[in-house]
Ligand binder design. Structure first.
Ligand code: AMP
Length: 177
C-alpha cells in the first residue's frame, strides 16, 4: 500500500455554491495553486498515475494549462495546448462540442501531434465529459493515441467517464455533488 501523503489535496479545494450560476457547486482550485506544497503534491500524484511511454502532455484551456504545464515540467515531456477558437496562430484543426446552451469550438495546431505520438490529456475537472471527449477526438484526428485522461477532480455523479469510454480515465479526487 502506498503511504498516505501528509497533504490531503481535498483540503485545498474550495466549494463555491451557486457560481457562476444557481445550482452549480464550483470547485475552486485557487487554494491548491496558492499553496506550494499542495500544488507540488498534486503534480507528483498526476505524474504517479501517468502511463508509460508518453510523448506529449495535452492541456485544455485554461485550467488544464496549469496542471498540464506543471506535469510537463516535472516529467520532462513536452506540452501541447488545446485552445479556444482564434487563439492559435498557425494552421489548426477544430472540433465543435456541446455546451449547455449551444456549441463551442476547441482547436489544436495541425503540426502539434501525429501518429507517432502517445499522449495524456490533462484538465482540472471532469464534469459532463464534453470538453475532454472533444479533446480526445481532436488528438485522434491528428493520428495520435490518447493513453489516458488525467483530472485533478471528477464530479462522479455527472458520469463524464461514459463519454470517454475507450480511454482510461484517472482522477485524483472524486466528488458526489
Ligand atoms: P465538462 O465538459 O462538462 O466535463 O466540463 C469540464 C470543464 O468545465 C472543465 O474544464 C472545468 O474547468 C469546468 N467545470 C465544469 N463544472 C465545474 C465545476 N463544478 N467547478 C469548476 N469547474 C467546472
Amino acid at each position: 500500500m502506498t503511504p498516505k501523503p501528509a497533504i490531503q489535496l481535498r483540503d485545498f479545494i474550495r466549494n463555491i455554491p451557486d457560481f457562476p450560476k444557481k445550482g452549480i457547486n464550483f470547485k475552486d482550485i485557487s487554494p491548491l495553486l496558492a499553496n506550494g506544497e499542495a500544488f507540488s503534491e498534486c503534480t507528483s500524484e498526476l505524474a504517479f498515475h501517468m502511463p508509460e511511454n508518453i510523448d506529449a502532455i495535452v492541456g485544455i484551456e485554461s485550467r488544464g494549462f496549469l496542471f498540464g504545464a506543471a506535469l510537463a515540467q516535472l516529467t520532462g515531456i513536452g506540452f501541447v495546448p488545446i485552445r479556444k477558437p482564434g487563439k492559435l496562430p498557425s494552421e489548426t484543426h477544430a472540433i465543435a462540442y456541446e455546451l449547455e446552451y449551444g456549441t463551442d469550438l476547441l482547436e489544436i495546431h495541425r503540426d502539434a501531434l501525429n501518429h507517432n505520438h502517445r499522449v495524456v490529456v490533462v484538465d482540472d475537472l471532469l464534469a459532463t465529459g464534453g470538453t475532454a471527449a472533444a479533446t480526445v477526438q481532436l488528438v485522434e484526428k491528428l493520428g495520435a493515441e490518447v493513453a489516458a485522461c488525467l483530472f485533478v477532480i471528477e464530479l462522479g455523479a455527472l458520469n463524464g467517464r461514459s463519454k470517454l469510454d475507450h480511454t482510461p480515465v484517472i482522477s485524483l479526487l472524486n466528488y458526489d455533488d
